[in-house]
Every structure is written in structure tokens, then in C-alpha cells.
Design a binder for this molecule. Structure first.
Ligand SMILES: [Zn+2]
Length: 309
């Protein structure tokens, strides 16, 4: 199914040519369809997998007991096993309730590197990658990566082949690295989920975001890591899901919309604006406002947009 999807996207010119994955660099995944009614039964603390039988869960009361599961995927990431289940449920009733209880009109969200997101109401969500907990974990990751690299170098000196038949000490360090990567990914993911929930809880009529040229921005090698660490694509996906669930209109403004160059008060376009100007000051009406806050208000006021929900 994955190969079919990859080729379809390739032939429709949405994505590049499918590549074979490196065996050592991927998570192991197993897909189980539900072939007979007794498969994939779920209890509070365990799940019945085809062939394997009952498997105990670590996180209890988490999987949907009352729903009928149609398939599941088992995944191994850094010596832990994860199960994802697919089921369908009817939640049309909830949507109508949400639609009636709208509070604020609409908001614009400006995404960036200095701060992760700024809303047009002036709410600022900082960049989690600048916090000490992330920096400490990244530092630890670097240290273990260096240790592993030294082990490989030492092995090469003794005449062993670099990445074949790893000893137990090398395997230990590989696992340490995998665990740290996982930890970082989970912290970033949880932060994005939190930002989405805070924004969605204000129940706006619509949310406007900018279409970002992430591929283009990554070409700047000084910024490439900090951009990919933000996970803008995942944020947009999470925001889209939340909006669909709560009946909020999600608007996307085109890439070339000059959101940071316009004055949010009088609408005059500023020609000269460098990235170092953190404060937007308008010569026409005399407005002084934070650069990203100004951009967020412009996004909210944008008239040309594509609907994503
Ligand atoms: Zn102005």
C-alpha cells in the first residue's frame, strides 16, 4: 500500500521518485488487517494481535475499547514497541455544538524561528528549541554521537569493517542515540500539540496562516536545522485536524503575500524592511508595533486565501 501511494504521488508529480529505504536506518513496521472477528480485540490493559495473541499494554485505558478496530500497525522505535489502531467513529454531533459556541472573530498566526508562533491578539509562543531542557538533551546527544564515532574509528584502526557486526558496546551507544532522538522528537511534538490546543480553545471563527516555503528556507544552511526543528508541517497538520474537529475555518495565504511588509493599521506597503528590524514603524501613520505581531494582524486581515478545512 505504501509503495502504491509512493508511485501514485510520483506519477502525479506531487513527490519525487520513490527510494528504497536503508535497512539499518528505519523503524520496523508491521501491518495487521482485521481478517476475522476475533482479531484486534481491545481490553483496558491488552490487545489481541493476529498471530501473536494477547499482548500487554504499558499505557492502560488509552486505546478505544468501545470502537471496532479495522487494522493496526506495530512499530519499533528505539527498543520500544508502539501500536497504532485504525477505527472509525461518528462525531458529527460534537461539531455542531462547537459551531454555535464561537467566541472571538478570527485570528492570524505568524510562524517563525525567533518565536514559534505569534497570534494577531499578541499572544506569543516561544521557540521550544531555545529552552534549557532541549539544549541540554541536544548536548547529551552530541556527546554520545561523538563516543560512537570514536568507537567506529577505533574499530577501523584495528582493521575491522566499520558498520558490520557491531559489538555490544557499540550497540549500546546506538540505542542511547536513538533514545535521545526519540526524546527530543516527543518534546517538540508535545509542544506543537499544546500550542494548537491553546489556540483552538479560544474558539475563533477562522484562523489564517501563511503558506511557508520550507524547502526554500532550508537552503540557508545556517537556518536549516532551526527550521526543520520547528516542524511547521506537523504544526499545520495538527492545526488542520483541530479546526476540522471544532468547525473552525482554516485559511491559508499565498507564499508571496507581503504579510510582514504591510502596515496593519493603514495598509501601506513598506519597501525597505530588513530582517534585523524587529519593530515595524510606519512613516505614514506613525504606528510602532512588533514585526511579527504586525504580520499576524495582516494575516488575519488578508482577503485572498485558500480554505484548508
Ligand atoms: Zn501605517
Amino acid at each position: 500500500m505504501n509503495a502504491e501511494k509512493a508511485f501514485r504521488r510520483y506519477l502525479q508529480k506531487i513527490a519525487g521518485k520513490p527510494r528504497f529505504k536503508k535497512k539499518h536506518a528505519q523503524t520496523v513496521k508491521l501491518y495487521f488487517p482485521k481478517n476475522n472477528p476475533k482479531d484486534l480485540e481491545i481490553e483496558r490493559h491488552r490487545i489481541k494481535l493476529p498471530t501473536l495473541g494477547w499482548v500487554r499494554l504499558k499505557e492502560k485505558g488509552y486505546l478505544p475499547i468501545q470502537e471496532t478496530v479495522s487494522s493496526c500497525t506495530i512499530e519499533q522505535k528505539a527498543n520500544r514497541f508502539y501500536v497504532s489502531v485504525l477505527f472509525s467513529s461518528i462525531s458529527g454531533k460534537k461539531q455542531k455544538e462547537w459551531k454555535a459556541k464561537r467566541v472571538s472573530d478570527g485570528i492570524g498566526i505568524d510562524l517563525g524561528i525567533k518565536d514559534f508562533a505569534i497570534t494577531s491578539q499578541g499572544q506569543v509562543f516561544g521557540n521550544i528549541n531555545k529552552t534549557s531542557i532541549i539544549k541540554r538533551t541536544e548536548k547529551r546527544l552530541k556527546r554520545v554521537q561523538r563516543a560512537l564515532s570514536r568507537q567506529y574509528e577505533f574499530k577501523k584502526k584495528r582493521g575491522g569493517k566499520p558498520a558490520t557486526k557491531n559489538g555490544s558496546n557499540i550497540a549500546k551507544n546506538i540505542l542511547r542515540i536513538q533514545k535521545l532522538h526519540q526524546r527530543l522528537a516527543r518534546m517538540r511534538d508535545a509542544y506543537r500539540a499544546w500550542v494548537v490546543s491553546v489556540i483552538a480553545k479560544t474558539k475563533p471563527a477562522f484562523i489564517t496562516i501563511e503558506r511557508l516555503n520550507v524547502q526554500g528556507m532550508k537552503k540557508n544552511r545556517h537556518l536549516s536545522k532551526s527550521i526543520s526543528d520547528q516542524g511547521f508541517y506537523d504544526f499545520k497538520r495538527k492545526l488542520g485536524n483541530a479546526c476540522r474537529k471544532m468547525g473552525i475555518e482554516l485559511r491559508e495565504v499565498a507564499m508571496f503575500y507581503p504579510s510582514s511588509k504591510l502596515c496593519s493599521q493603514c495598509g501601506i506597503k513598506k519597501v525597505k524592511l530588513s530582517l534585523s528590524d524587529r519593530v515595524f514603524s510606519c512613516e505614514h501613520c506613525g504606528q510602532n508595533i512588533d514585526r511579527d505581531h504586525n504580520a499576524a494582524i495582516n494575516l488575519m486581515q488578508a482577503r485572498k486565501y485558500v480554505l484548508l478545512t
